[in-house]
Ligand binder design. Structure first.
Ligand code: PHE
Length: 342
């Protein structure tokens, strides 16, 4: 083979090694690699000389080119790893970690005020032996009304503006159907609380079409209005504070007899009169009463062997009173500026 060709390969190799050695960074080194070993680099160009060689010289030439290529690659990787180590050392010197630097903070979520109030009520009542029940949001007319002694076409239905799903199903208008499910499926004595979303066609500064209730029911062998009042007074003191008074006003619910509306002395003005309690000193929190024997009849629970009381409170209302919120519509908005105050 012509010496000339061999010399040409040798000079490519020498100059490549010289350039590789003088590279200061991996980027510079890579550029040299492309220059010599790349697709249109010097070595690939040298391959073209093969065409002009006599046939018997071609294999030897091919072998030589491959040897040069392999050698250059070895040199390349060797130098590359040295430069990389140097670069890492330099980085370690210049970019020292400040271990005292605090991590980026990100906001943590927390319970919605409605669930905070719900959980607090559940925990207070559990200390009196009550345990939690839930029920479906879409109820049969029977559970929402009939079994609670509210017959079809009865004027008592007007007390609760109802969303009908179809002729025999409604979005439950209160949590009282949970009482019926419990009476049907469990054996007295019973102390249960039911809670969750309820729905009524109603919307203004103090009414939402979708709000939350909490319901209590106690069924035992001897249950009186005194037990009911004692239970609610205990609950109000635990929830709002020890100095609050509770009062019962005679009222009407088809599923309780006698029935009462529950007021507590206004926790904001302590009974003196303010805008929240409309200067009366009292705030209504819900309804209650002794379970109507008709309800026991529907649920096939023998009365008077078993007797009971029940009460139902609006959770948004309790939250408004407890936290002094001026508009019930803040609760479902999920404005973070409102929620972060709880
Ligand atoms: N379910 C009634 C309502 O939503 C409240 C209530 C519950 C009254 C239990 C008495 C007993 O208006």
């Amino acid at each position: 083979m012509e010496n000339n060709v061999q010399n040409q390969l040798k000079s490519i190799k020498d100059s490549a090694i010289k350039d590789f050695t003088k590279a200061q960074s991996t980027a510079e080194l890579y550029n040299f690699k492309v220059q010599y070993l790349g697709k249109s680099g010097a070595l690939t160009e040298a391959m073209k000389l093969m065409a002009a060689l006599p046939k018997e010289d071609k294999p030897l030439f091919g072998k030589l080119v491959n040897e040069v290529k392999a050698e250059l690659e070895t040199v390349y990787f060797d130098i590359e790893s040295k430069i990389k180590n140097k670069e890492i050392d330099a980085k370690m010197q210049n970019e020292k970690l400040d271990l005292s630097f605090s991590a980026a903070s990100f906001p943590l979520g927390h319970e919605h005020p409605i669930f905070k109030v719900t959980n607090e009520i559940v925990s207070i009542m559990s200390r009196l032996g009550y345990s939690l029940r839930t029920g479906p949001l879409i109820e049969k007319d029977y559970y929402n009304f009939e079994a609670l002694n509210i017959p079809p076409n009865h004027p008592a239905r007007d007390m609760q503006d109802t969303f009908f799903v179809d002729e025999s199903h409604v979005l439950r208008t209160h949590t009282s159907p949970i009482q019926i499910h419990s009476l049907e499926n469990e054996k007295p004595p019973l102390r249960i609380i039911g809670t969750g979303s309820v729905f009524r066609c109603d919307s203004d500064i103090s009414h939402l079409p979708n709000f939350h209730q909490i319901e209590g029911m106690c069924v035992d062998e001897k249950v009186s209005m005194a037990d009911l009042k004692g239970t609610i007074s205990f609950f109000v003191k635990e929830f709002f504070g020890p100095n609050l008074k509770t009062r019962f006003r005679p009222s009407f619910f088809p599923f309780t007899e006698p029935s009462a509306e529950v007021d507590c002395s206004c926790p904001i003005c302590k009974g003196k009169g303010c805008s929240l309690c409309k200067q009366s000193g009292w705030i209504e929190i819900g309804g209650c009463g002794l379970i109507n024997p008709k309800v026991f009849e529907f649920a096939k629970i023998p009365y008077p062997q078993w007797q009971g009381f029940a009460f139902g409170f609006g959770i948004e209302r309790m939250a408004i009173i407890k936290y002094g919120v001026d508009d019930i519509r803040h609760f479902p908005k999920n404005d973070i500026r409102f929620l972060n105050q709880f």
